[in-house]
Design a protein around this ligand. Structure first.
Ligand code: AMP
Length: 403
């Protein structure tokens, strides 16, 4: 079975075609700057084979339909392609950012599902409209091929009310759906499943803290394989310190800024989402640049790094309290997978809670899923590369099988 995974942004389209027998990736790519005069298309055929069948080109793509048609042409092209025609695509799996309270699991897309995704637009005004365009385009270009929506929020729908409700007037929840939803669910679900396998335990018996540290970051408490709390909130602005997003702040700061600086709500939104986080503290949001600056004695970069580690540690500690017993802490995503310093700072001082890193294993440049806990560490510490596309493909396959 071949499954095409699509992740549509407002001006981008990311794709991976899986042969689920392996599973193996047959081809993958990215179209950027859709709608601009020179969109950029990067395509790779069977990644890992010396760039054979790879291609980068720029051309006008007025909309997502044009981008998707270009992708289909490439996938079926004799030089760059991997299939004869689109009949070899058995299903399309779509990443959809917000499923609100409506979607607890991945689902086959029909008109009602499209309406329900549309109803979630106010909760994710930047993401869901783009995801809807991806769905509509694929429906038009692959008539009769099952389309499956895989939601970033669905994994967290198992959180209990005490974890997802804010202490606000209750009618704001009942009338306007104001609550914590959480995001990165596909990643948390994927690494939680892999961790249980590595521990040799059934997911139902496994308690984990999954730590997704990338440009956007979130931490999740997973009890018996289910999300019971997570750091991102109603929107992806809450929780730990991110590349350009503040994470948790005292909400009264917003009124103070409006009063003292005369900022509009839009300006404050821009500050909190785009000018805060690591960037707000040291002017840089790429962790590699921050390490370089720290090595050169940049005190602001050092401060940003310390704040980042400290906030992660606070969340990990609080989720240890939530879970009671923790089998493993699992680091993933760009920073979580590649940065031993961030992992060390995030676990520092947790020895009394049974968390001990093996410093050599933590520093090792080894890739792939691995255990970096000290031999005697009561709580295992792991690094597991995330693979959201594979998880979307798997979920799509499961939805098809359950039909
Ligand atoms: P993501 O959003 O998951 O792609 O993660 C992006 C973040 O990962 C950026 O802050 C990068 O600086 C960081 N990152 C990627 N590779 C490394 C690395 N080798 N060392 C430290 N940080 C890295």
């Amino acid at each position: 079975m071949n499954i095409l995974v699509i992740n549509t942004g407002s001006s981008s389209l990311k794709y991976q075609l899986f042969d689920m027998a392996g599973p193996t990736v047959l081809a993958s790519g990215l179209v950027e700057r859709i709608g601009e005069s020179r969109a950029k298309l990067m395509h790779k055929k069977r990644p890992g084979q010396d760039g054979e069948g790879a291609l980068t080109r720029e051309e006008a793509m007025p909309d997502h339909g044009a981008a998707m048609r270009a992708v289909i042409t490439l996938l079926t092209d004799p030089e760059h392609g991997v299939i004869k025609d689109t009949s070899e695509i058995n299903a399309v799996g779509h990443r959809v950012v917000h499923g609100g309270e409506h979607f607890h699991a991945s689902t086959l897309v029909d008109a009602d599902v499209m309406d329900a995704i549309r109803a979630c637009v106010p909760l994710a005004p930047l993401h869901n409209p783009a995801n809807l365009i991806g769905l509509e385009t694929a429906q038009a270009l692959f008539p009769g091929v099952p389309q499956v929506a895989v939601f970033d929020t669905a994994f967290h729908q198992t959180m209990p009310p005490k974890a997802y409700l804010y202490a606000l007037p209750y009618e704001l929840y009942t009338e306007l759906n104001v609550r914590r939803y959480g995001f990165h669910g596909t990643s948390h679900r994927f690494v939680a499943g892999e961790a249980a396998r590595m521990l040799g335990k059934a997911p139902e018996d496994t308690n984990l803290i999954t730590v997704h540290l990338g440009n956007g970051s979130s931490i999740c408490a997973v009890k018996g394989g289910k999300s019971v709390d997570t750091s991102l909130g109603m929107t992806p602005l809450a929780g730990v310190i991110m590349g350009t997003r503040s994470g948790d702040i005292d909400p009264a700061i917003i009124f103070y800024l409006a009063e003292r600086k005369g900022y509009s709500l839009g300006e404050i939104d821009d500050i909190l989402n785009k000018k805060s986080g690591l960037k707000g503290i040291c002017g840089m949001n790429d962790m590699r640049d921050i390490h370089k600056a720290v090595a050169e004695g940049d005190v602001q970069a050092r401060l940003a790094l310390d704040m980042f580690g400290y906030r992660n540690r606070k969340y990990i500690g609080s989720y240890m309290a939530v879970l009671g017993r923790v089998d493993a802490i699992v680091f993933t995503a760009g920073i979580g997978e590649n940065d031993p310093v961030s992992r060390e700072l995030s676990c520092r001082g947790l020895t009394a809670l049974g968390v001990e890193l093996d410093h050599e294993r933590n520093q090792s440049p080894e890739r792939g899923a691995r255990d970096i806990g000290a031999a005697g560490s009561q709580v295992r510490v792991m690094v597991i590369p995330t693979n959201e596309e594979l998880e979307i493909a798997r979920q799509t396959g499961e939805v098809l099988r359950a039909r």
